[in-house]
Design a binder for this molecule. Sequence first.
Ligand code: TXE
Length: 477
Amino acid sequence: MTIYQNLIAGEWVGGEASDNISPSDTNDIVGAFSQGTAKDANQAIAAAKAAFPAWSRSGIIERHSILRKAADEIIARKDELGKLLAREEGKTLPEAIAETVRAAQIFDFFAGEALRLTGEIVPSVRPGISVELTREPLGVIGIITPWNFPIAIPAWKIAPALCYGNTVVFKPAELVPGCAWAIVDILHRAGLPNGVLNLVMGSGSVVGQAMLDNPDLTGITFTGSTGTGKRVAIASIEHNRKFQLEMGGKNPMVVLDDADLDLAVEAAANSGFFSTGQRCTAASRLIVTEGIHDKFVAALTERLKRLNVDNALNRETDIGPVVDEKQLQQDLDYISLGQQEGAKLAFGGERIERQTPGFYLQPTLFTEATNQMRISREEIFGPVVNVIRVKDYAEALSVANDTPFGLSAGIATTSLKYATHFKRNSEAGMVMVNLPTAGVDFHVAFGGRKASSFGPREQGKYAAEFFTVVKTAYTQP
Ligand code: TXE
């Protein structure tokens, strides 16, 4: 079997490899991938450091055309890459292909951004002197990514890093090396000079930790759990390093009495259950006012009955498996906890078997939940959603904001007054009106508040805030 190796200083290298299995079918081996060591991580950082002076001064046409070429190849291979993603991570084929297309759009966007770099010239307070403000690349960037968007998240970190002239060491999540390898292979063949982009697959505690401990990384951009995010922050402060964190969510979706019922049910089903609920922007708290509560719960339950949980590659599948045994056990533990806490299990809750052996879980709905229960406060990261009954809009807003997190928040209402008030007063980074809480555009800012995020926003033009540093130059002619 081919061993997919790490890319360090432009060479494919690697020792020990381990097999990666599909969560839809544990007999299906996706591939054998090299497991990097701390030494590999340090060599990759040294290579990226050596490549930085030339790449940071490279021409914008070179950056543009490499990113553009990568975008073109990803689009041309969207079905094949989407299938790899669905096999490896377990989201359905249409979701996986859509994510692959989005990655191509991101590379295309940043190919364009390379041609649109600007600065400012402003008058000084001292006559006869001019002040120039320019953005320079940050340096050597460590990119540490999770398993839930294994092509899109690497794309939205790697594309701006390269666009603005940085060099990269990329460590993907243990469960999704195949998608990471494919993206790096495409960029490498698109013509990146050696050492500009390095891939080190392997465990977080070995490869990831070695990256955190290496003082030559000038920036780290991380998406993953709150616990690991804190480690990134602490290690980065030690090294005076810039860092950007995207972490969990416990996103609310408010449903008001005046909502369009069908729209609210569809948005809730999508937000809570699509992609197996494994999206940081998933809505896991449905906050529903009294007048519509029973109708909404009945209609949502009917909708859940029609959702087909099965192998991610089957055409009829609506929801694929949970990503692995450990995450499935975490979901089941939270389902038991919810029952102990006194929430009512209105639908689902059981592990299920399908034709192929995998990690299948029924979509699970709790009703009569309170916002103080642990199932309402902690990120479960599975297809498990709580309905919290409230009196009116004021209580709904207060419950929506009463959470340690603040990534995304939604409201279903036909009232302009409540929609406008909610947009202004929600404490989330992203607010959706009559739309699912998940599903965002690739060309605008992405990020949260409170325990969900730290540092500048990702994506769109806002990505420049993290991946560049501003220089202020004064000139007296
Ligand atoms: O996350 P980790 P995991 C949440 C979700 C999920 C839980 C665990 O609740 O159940 O996190 O998922 C790397 N130094 N989210 O275990 O461990 C790791 O190898 C440096 C929510 O996958 O945070 C991987 O590449 N790096 C989230 C990345 O960190 C380390 C998406 C993320 O893994 C490291 C994913 C270390 N010491 C999980 N330890 C969201 N909301 O989007 C691990 N890593």
